[in-house]
Ligand binder design. Structure first.
Ligand code: HEM
Length: 256
């Protein structure tokens, strides 16, 4: 095990942990985005609320979630530790700040952006995740047949499970916690919308640098693939994903 501790203490070993945890977080972001896209459906939140029940009850996903929380904390605090160690190793500031030539400048910005993203995640989880798990979220009943979807608001103690589903005279009844409504209410506030848009901008800059840099750390540096890695880093993680996430609060704010 000595070789492992030595490796993890080495500069490349430390960065490797950042790269691997970073990839896991990128995968989460993609899954989270795909799930949240159901917020755009015109079904009064039926698909989104049903999806939220699945995500918080499926044992494999629940288990992965604990890994996710640990990974977020590890990536954030290990990252800050590395930025700090780099700074101490080079106490004299660079005279010229040039992002391309000066990787310490980049890593310092990665630390600042990462801290903003961590603060956002804490705020975000307190608002939705903690509210859903521990707060008083009202229920909603969806009564659906071939042609109509009827929505009835229900109190916070309507049922004592996350979801009830049954069919009555060809009408499918689904009773779930109305997380969709919590999201819609939060995004009526202009300052929350602004906060989300700014956080998504931070995620964009963080990932444009981080995605490419993680591949470099893994030694994946080949002329044939560098173009593709750059493209995914910039277009998928730097532009498309943050824009789609930011579109959610903006969409609810405009359509309230
Ligand atoms: C801007 C659009 C977003 C919306 C509407 C949204 C919505 C939600 C909701 C409703 C939950 C609680 C239900 C659930 O666990 O699925 C949640 C959980 C969470 N969100 Fe988001 N989210 C957004 C963006 C993000 C971003 C950009 C990040 C990361 C940087 C993020 C990180 C998380 C985490 C870590 C959880 C807890 C997940 C778990 O328990 O497995 N979210 N989000």
């Amino acid at each position: 095990m000595n070789w492992l501790t030595n490796f993890l203490k080495s500069s490349i070993g430390r960065k490797l942990l950042m790269a691997l945890t970073g990839f896991f977080l990128c995968a989460f972001l993609l899954v989270h985005l795909i799930g949240n896209m159901q917020l755009f459906k015109h079904d009064h939140g039926l698909a989104f609320n049903t999806y939220a029940v699945f995500m918080t009850s499926n044992p494999i996903i629940k288990f992965t979630s604990y890994g996710l929380y640990a990974t977020i904390l590890f990536h954030a605090f290990w990252g800050l530790y590395l930025v700090n160690t780099n700074r101490k190793a080079r106490p004299v500031n660079y005279a010229i700040i040039d992002g391309k030539a000066n990787s310490s400048w980049n890593s310092r910005w990665m630390g600042v952006l990462g801290t903003i993203i961590l603060a956002f995640i804490v705020f975000h989880m307190a608002d939705f995740w903690a509210e859903y798990k521990f707060g008083e979220v009202p229920y909603v009943q969806y009564s659906q047949d071939l042609n109509t979807l009827e929505v009835t608001a229900m109190p916070t103690d309507a049922i004592d499970s996350k979801k009830i589903q049954f069919t009555e005279s060809n009408v499918e009844i689904t009773i779930v916690k109305n997380l969709y409504q919590e999201v819609a209410v939060a995004f009526r506030e202009w300052w929350i919308v602004l906060l989300y848009v700014l956080a998504m901008a931070s995620i964009s800059f963080h990932l444009v640098h981080g995605f490419k840099s993680a591949f470099q750390t893994l030694g994946f540096n080949h002329k044939k693939y560098n173009g593709l890695i750059n493209f995914i880093g910039v277009w998928v993680f730097g532009i498309i994903i943050p824009i789609l996430f930011a579109a959610m609060p903006v969409y609810f704010f405009i359509n309230q």
